[in-house]
Write a protein that binds this ligand. Structure first.
Ligand SMILES: CC(C)(COP(=O)(O)OP(=O)(O)OC[C@H]1O[C@@H](n2cnc3c(N)ncnc32)[C@H](O)[C@@H]1OP(=O)(O)O)[C@@H](O)C(=O)NCCC(=O)NCCS
Length: 167
């Protein structure tokens, strides 16, 4: 954590250290800015606020010297977890931040004895699908017209954390 990653929502060419840390209430405005740019059907403020401090939730922020560049949400019950949200500021993409957030969430749920992790992704979301595939997620189902704005199928992906390929 804390290594130099090319990043910066306001200075995209700068190389600044990005750290992963737990989300705080003071992050929510910046999280909502990213959320509303990234998704046509964004979560609202309460959806994020309610997750802060929940012991069965990993809500991690990619922080570049106080600037929120991305976030991930994972929740887990017993041996099963789900990635509920992941987004990176559009000016900070393709610099490894999404991968670091995903790896951070996977590490957190793995440490809580979760064996299997699920998520849903839009069929057309090539960037996210490539990222998840790179971490060993495999397609296990499809939910017809699961998403709104625009209406689209969700693919259900699964990562078996007992699988050596997910290390
Ligand atoms: C998906 C998202 C989080 C990826 O974040 P990111 O910081 O740009 O991703 P990274 O730089 O860590 O990329 C890691 C890998 O993912 C894949 N990837 C990421 N963006 C990609 C793109 N636009 N096209 C193809 N592959 C892509 C690549 O395999 C990449 O590795 P590489 O750069 O070595 O080729 C980001 O595009 C985003 O916020 N999208 C909008 C929100 C969203 O769709 N969230 C997921 C909902 S399920």
């Amino acid at each position: 954590m804390g290594e130099e990653v090319g990043a910066g929502a306001s200075s995209s060419s700068a190389r600044v250290p990005v750290v992963l840390r737990a989300a705080r209430i003071g992050d929510i405005d910046a999280v909502l800015d990213i959320e509303c740019t990234a998704f046509g059907d964004p979560w609202n403020r309460n959806a994020f606020v309610d997750l802060i401090g929940d012991p069965r939730v990993a809500f991690l922020i990619a922080d570049a010297r106080g600037e929120v560049l991305g976030y991930v949400v994972a929740w887990y019950v017993l041996d099963e977890g789900e990635i509920g949200n992941l987004a990176v500021h559009d000016s900070a993409r393709r610099r490894g931040i999404g991968a670091r957030l995903l790896d951070g969430a996977i590490a957190k749920v793995r440490a809580s004895d979760v064996d299997v992790l699920y998520l849903e992704v839009r069929d057309s979301n090539a960037a996210a699908r490539a990222l998840y595939a790179s971490r060993g997620f495999v397609e296990v189902g499809r939910r017809k017209e699961y998403y709104r704005r625009p209406k689209e199928d969700a693919l259900v992906l699964r990562l078996d954390l007992g699988d050596a390929s997910a290390e």
